[in-house]
Design a protein around this ligand. Sequence first.
Ligand code: ATP
Length: 232
Amino acid sequence: MTGRALVICREAGRTYGRGPVAVVAVHGTNCQVDTRDRIAVMGPSGSGKSTLLHLMAGLEQPTSGEVVWPWYADGVGPKAWVRARAMAIGVVFQSPSLIATLDVAENTGLPLVLAGESADRARVRALAALDRVGVADLAGRLPDDISGGQAQRVAVARVLASRPRLVLADEPTGRLDRSTGRHVVDVLLAAVDEIGAALVVSTHDQAVGERLPTHWTMRDGRLHLHPDGGTP
Ligand SMILES: Nc1ncnc2c1ncn2[C@@H]1O[C@H](COP(=O)(O)OP(=O)(O)OP(=O)(O)O)[C@@H](O)[C@H]1O
């Protein structure tokens, strides 16, 4: 913890299904992400990393405990809050999920347009974000005409365009070869430094975990924090 709290999990847990088929993806978890944190959540496939990140992003509701975003302003209506939170917490998924019929710049600016920004303004911010991750030259290309590594950098730019306070990257290198993955992590780290955002990366790849100073580990839905930073 190095700054102001952006998200706090208090005994937050998530169970899927009920009765004999219930799966506890995340057991009651206590953790906090602060403004300048750089955290790797390490753990094998199925250990609950994605579910934890989705809880922090507000994409999933906890079935026990609570997730709190302390910068929530009382009086903001639920719809406005969901929109504000989506802008402030950017999620990079394992698959970039670009829309095939929109070019790279349009894909990058889409969340801004959906949030009510004009198309012109969204384009300016999209181009700046693409430039920041080194793929401005791809702005007019369609997703089918770019590589997987380039698409993942576009997905990073799409998140950065909103200038989030917190970036949650869920196995962002999972589908990339090692050297492309390393490059995407470089880009992510440089970009969050530049915009002053906190970063949480979930990964089962030691090489990715080693790039971040703080390590949390997830095993069978239980999160272990390492106050001394921990080794991946
Ligand atoms: N929507 C869902 N419905 C039912 N079970 C789910 C759902 N999402 C996740 N799970 C289960 O919850 C557990 C944790 O999954 P989660 O995806 O969070 O793990 P993970 O560590 O991110 O794994 P991976 O790296 O493979 O994505 C797994 O047993 C998974 O099968």
